[in-house]
Design a binder for this molecule. Structure first.
Ligand SMILES: Nc1ncnc2c1ncn2[C@@H]1O[C@H](COP(=O)(O)OP(=O)(O)OP(=O)(O)O)[C@@H](O)[C@H]1O
Length: 237
């Protein structure tokens, strides 16, 4: 188990992002956002459709650097990084989980989980990869499914594989966009329990976007977005 420190991983200050609409007008998608995200804590972003949740999480996930303001990741100012450095920081430190699982359908479960290990900065031997995959399959309760293809798994099982894949490089942060959006209530709850256990065990920062107030309520902190602006709606200490 990693030593657990509730210290700051990500800080954003006065973050502002816009997109150019077809008619040439600029639409502000994120407006003066300020956040401090700590390891070993879980955060939900809620808000109505179009309020800017995905725009914000893609910036925090280092998928988009087209913004104004400051973004500090573990003491590193993101604006100073070259594109390649940014990609490496993302690939080695941030895991992503999406609503539709985003598994590669022609790869078996173990091969899907192996993918990030093949692209990681650190080179893993085949034996090391096998050990990591087995450990991850155990942690998401899918040891018996390693040779299955995604199509033969239930939605909840596919999301577990996606979580195992997100954990493969031992990330410091997991970002989820509607992780339970395609699941029934009971399976969604089980997936959230798994994610929260991982946060505690591995000292990871979890940030998720959700439309579901019950899912948001399971997180330590809830942010609400409205027209690109973000406000803290709940903060358990
Ligand atoms: N590439 C783009 N071109 C034009 N408009 C965009 C683009 N990306 C986002 N927008 C607009 O920016 C606003 C914020 O979008 P965003 O996807 O961040 O919202 P959201 O809160 O995640 O919505 P949802 O809950 O529906 O996924 C919306 O009005 C959206 O239509």
């Amino acid at each position: 188990m990693k030593e657990i420190f509730k210290n700051t991983l990500i800080q954003i200050h006065h973050l502002k992002a816009s997109v150019k609409l077809n008619n040439g007008d600029m639409l502000t998608t994120v407006n003066d956002a300020n956040m401090e995200l700590q390891r070993c804590r879980s955060y939900a972003i809620v808000g109505k459709s179009g309020s800017g949740k995905t725009s914000l999480i893609s910036i925090i996930g280092l998928l988009n650097r087209d913004y104004e303001g400051d973004y500090i990741y573990d003491g590193i100012s993101i604006s100073k990084l070259k594109d390649r450095e940014l990609s490496m920081l993302r690939a080695n430190n941030i895991g992503f989980v999406f609503q539709n699982y985003s598994l590669i359908k022609y790869l078996r479960v173990w091969e899907n989980i192996e993918l990030p290990l093949l692209y990681a900065k650190k080179a893993f031997s085949k034996k090391q990869r096998q050990e990591i995959i087995l450990e991850l399959l155990k942690s998401v309760g899918l040891e018996s499914k390693e040779n299955d293809y995604p199509v033969n798994l239930s939605g909840g099982e596919q999301q577990r594989v996606a979580i195992a894949r997100a954990l493969a490089v031992s990330p410091e942060a997991i970002l989820c966009d509607e992780p339970t959006g395609a699941l029934d209530t009971k399976t969604g709850k089980q997936i959230m329990e798994l994610l929260h256990n991982i946060v505690q065990e591995k000292g990871i920062m979890l940030l998720l976007v959700t439309h579901d107030p019950d899912i948001a309520e399971t997180c330590d902190t809830i942010f609400e977005m409205d027209g690109g602006r973000i406000a803290c709606a709940k903060n358990d200490t």
